[in-house]
Design a protein around this ligand. Structure first.
Ligand SMILES: Nc1ncnc2c1ncn2[C@@H]1O[C@H](COP(=O)(O)OP(=O)(O)OP(=O)(O)O)[C@@H](O)[C@H]1O
Ligand SMILES: [Mg+2]
Length: 341
């Protein structure tokens, strides 16, 4: 029986699985709820539903932190459950293949964890390929990564922002910042506490970001949110303005702009010339902040190209690689020999 192919993008917040011939088959929160320290209470979107409303005996966590697998046991449980959902069962399916997107600017040990995740699972396969995430993200946006021209792709996710220069199917430079949408949420929580003396949860901060987040300040909008009064400890509410949400985003956004500028200054002028000509490609869920293209275009003075489906670019790029395996063989690498002999 012919083996199936699965592409996995294990993000800090979201996990996406692409199945060869079927497309995107799983898109869930990368979360796990553990009860009494060992029993799995929920996985994926079900765990997210429970997040911030569980008793002390249930602990909810993200197995991926800052873009890398931090908890391989729990990552294994999440991956196995979600793969089962799309019909990928464990056992004798030795000929199934797995394609995993890994950040580029991480240590060999951190990259190795992606192989170990599948190699030490019950999937019983040696067909494990890793693809550098920025290459997958660029392919998912129809960027010709094998072109001789230099291009820049910026992936603004939940836990990370990865800025990468690509040419001829390879990575010239990649910088992984351990900041992203989660950083904005943490900053919203902090500013609501300072300015409104209200303690709010991460889900409320996410709500404020999605409702009021805007890259151009001063839209004059606000939302009422509930939380706990810092002084009395009692339930309370506050009217939060879009100014506060902008203030929570600006340090992060300027850090991204600064890093892009630094990289542009350090790469050979031929490559920066190509990037100026082609524009900078942006993807990742955090690029959904309205009018971010205007802000980046004005502050970088370079054309910016925003992905139409930024939450799916990386996994769709894995799909392209899986479906055209012989064309993109040189973009995948395998630890097969070192890992299994
Ligand atoms: N409309 C929106 N406005 C602002 N941010 C958004 C919007 N929609 C989603 N996001 C943010 O996008 C982030 C998730 O993006 P994505 O799925 O690309 O991250 P990830 O792949 O899980 O993380 P990483 O790549 O950093 O490991 C979350 O922080 C979420 O709050
Ligand atoms: Mg991501």
């Amino acid at each position: 029986m012919a083996g199936r192919k699965y592409g996995l993008d294990l993000g800090t917040m979201n996990i996406r699985i692409f199945q060869g011939g079927h497309g995107l088959v799983v898109y869930e929160k990368n979360m796990i709820a553990i009860q009494r320290k060992k029993e799995v209470a929920a996985i994926g979107n079900d765990a997210f539903e429970m997040y911030e409303r569980t008793p002390a005996s249930i602990v909810i966590s993200n197995p991926v932190r800052d873009g890398v697998i931090a908890d391989i046991n729990n990552m294994n449980k999440v991956a196995e459950t979600l793969l089962k959902k799309c019909g990928c069962t464990t056992g004798f399916m030795r000929n199934n293949s797995f394609y995993l997107a890994v950040p580029s600017d991480v240590t060999e040990v951190e990259k190795r964890a992606y192989f170990d995740l599948i190699a030490h699972s019950a999937y019983n396969t040696h067909n494990i390929f890793v693809v550098e995430k920025p290459l997958a993200a660029a392919l998912g946006e129809n960027v010709d990564v094998k072109s001789k021209k230099g291009m820049m792709i910026v992936d603004m996710g939940a836990g990370t922002t990865e800025i990468t220069v690509i040419t001829m199917g390879g990575i010239v430079v990649s910088k992984l910042l351990k900041v992203g949408g989660n950083t904005i949420n943490a900053s919203i929580c902090q500013l609501v506490k300072e300015r409104h003396h209200l303690v709010i949860g991460d889900k409320t901060a996410e709500y404020l970001k999605l409702e009021l987040g805007h890259a151009i300040p001063g839209q004059g909008r606000s939302k009422t949110v509930f939380g706990r009064d810092v002084i009395t400890g009692l339930p309370s509410k506050a009217e939060v303005s879009d100014h506060l949400v902008f203030d929570s985003m600006k340090n992060y956004l300027f850090q991204v702009v600064r890093t892009i500028r630094n990289i542009m200054e350090t790469i050979p002028p031929e490559l920066s010339g190509d990037i100026i000509e082609n524009g900078i490609y942006f993807t990742g869920g955090t690029t959904l902040i309205p009018e971010l293209d205007r802000l980046f275009n004005a502050s970088l003075r370079v054309k910016v190209v925003f992905a139409p489906k930024p939450l799916e670019s990386t996994v769709r790029g894995l799909g392209v690689i899986m479906d055209h395996a012989s064309d993109y063989k040189d973009l995948t690498f395998s630890l097969r020999d070192a890992a299994f002999e």
